[in-house]
Design a protein around this ligand. Sequence first.
Ligand code: NAP
Length: 279
Amino acid sequence: MAAQRIDGKALAQQVLAECGAEVARMVTRGVVPGLAVVLVGDNPASRAYIRNKVRACADVGVRSIVHEFGADTSQAQVIEQVRRLNDDPAIHGILVQLPLPKTLDEAAILAEVVAHKDVDGFHEVNRGALFSGQPRFPPCTPAGMMRMLDSIGVSLTGKHAVVVGRSNTVGKPMALLLLARDATVTLCTSKTVDLASHTRRADVLVVAVGRPGLVNGDMVKPGAIVLDVGINRTAEGKLVGDVDFDSVAQVAAHVTPVPGGVGPMTVAMLVVNTIAAAQ
Ligand code: NAP
């Protein structure tokens, strides 16, 4: 079987086109959605992600501002900036780009972002809403994957979904979003014994670990839907996911590529959440 590739880039463009139409309607009512990004330090990957986010905002008419700080910035200075943005009526969404330098207390800084501007969905209130099955700002990467599943018209009710990786930003929220759609969910971690025995039972398999080639075709149920979140750079500088695309594509019904899969959807969902915050 040759799996169909779920084209995240094309789907993200479609989502952004819908966002552009919505922003145009909002502008006629005098509202221009505004996103503020707080970047601390000089992580090249973070800079690349922010470039993509700023570009996507510009494409649809969302105003975005990046506030940059050196790696030696104090906790108090970052918190002061976040509080200023909380009080700024022209800013509807605030994104603190992770990871923050190790000298800063990430959880304490994220907790400063007011819940109604928390477009990344990391505030305790928004995590609580997600936990209760009524997400307000679902974290962007899992929200993007749910859109990908919807785009292929799959009903998740009663399906067995296996999520590999339990980070607060991807694995856990993805498990909760799948559960909210009545999937039966298994969450695997680095401590899981015999990972393949779980992944082989998945109708929907989400891999969010950060290890190239962790999942290959032998570990996938025929006809499964496989979503690859991993972003890894090989020694040769090539960008690859956690899934061995070629062998998995022989077995699965649908699979996402890296690059051009989950990544572009993450950016698109940030724009979606920013517009929702402005509304
Ligand atoms: P993370 O915080 O490092 O979490 C990794 C998770 O993988 C942990 O829960 C860990 O388990 C689990 N794990 C490690 N080795 C494992 C193994 N052998 N078997 C099963 N589980 C294992 O990572 P993250 O932030 O979720 O990111 C994961 C990957 O996705 C990274 O490559 C990241 O760059 C990428 N990512 C992509 C996007 C996108 O938009 N495409 C967005 C975010 C992240 P323990 O909890 O037991 O340690």
